[in-house]
Design a protein around this ligand. Structure first.
Ligand SMILES: [Zn+2]
Length: 211
């Protein structure tokens, strides 16, 4: 448990330092056996200590912790229920991905690194107010069997087998979103087709297996 709390703190600080969130925005969690360890609500990453992480069961009941769980606990839990293959969820408000989400645009394969989301594009889920069951439902449906999803007028959710992977997905999708919007500002970007993306997705699957 201590190890997971340290990792949450490490990636939370990294996420903030990289500009993927501002203030107390965004949140991260990791699956720990039959429970989930998640960052606390309304607390700046720089002020957090490992003891501030909140352990909850799948009904959302607090098992351990001195703080309230992140307001987005609902979609974190829903994702773990829906996807037994994942053990970490990262939610950011990273600027380029959020800009795309505010346009209501999905992110196409403008760069092969979009494959970090395990699909040819990162779709955008419809808007619903933060912390709501409606948002959790949109997130599970939109995520499907992928690993990244834009949330309309809100931000980005990514997942992985561990926190490192979930964080990398968030970072790479943010990079591709930036490339796409800058390319769009100048002209019409060339989008990689399914034929070009299929071997990329295959390579990424193998690469992940090696880590
Ligand atoms: Zn958010």
């Amino acid at each position: 448990m201590e190890k997971e709390a340290d990792l949450l703190l490490h990636y939370g600080n990294k996420m903030h330092a990289a500009g993927l969130v501002t203030g107390s925005g965004g949140n991260l969690s990791v699956r720990v056996k039959d429970s989930v360890l998640i960052t606390p609500s309304a607390m700046a990453y720089g002020d957090m200590e490992p003891e501030d992480m909140v352990l909850v069961d799948f009904s959302g009941k607090i098992l351990r912790g001195r703080r309230a769980a992140s307001s987005e606990l609902g979609f974190h839990l829903a994702l773990y229920e829906a996807r037994k293959d994942i053990s970490a969820v990262v939610h950011t408000h990273s600027p380029w991905a959020t800009t795309l989400a505010c346009l209501g645009w999905s992110l196409p394969a403008v760069h092969y690194l979009v494959g970090y989301g395990e699909r040819n594009e990162v779709p955008v889920a419809p808007y619903a107010i933060f912390g709501s069951q409606e948002l959790a439902d949109h997130v599970v449906k939109g995520m499907g069997d992928g690993k990244a999803l834009l949330l309309a007028n809100h931000g980005l959710v990514s997942m992985g087998a561990d926190l490192r992977e979930a964080y990398e997905v968030a970072e790479e999708i943010e990079f591709v979103a930036g490339v796409y919007l800058r390319a769009k500002a100048v002209g019409e970007p060339v989008i990689l087709d399914e034929k070009a993306m299929a071997p990329v997705l295959e390579k990424f699957r193998k690469y992940r297996g090696l880590k």
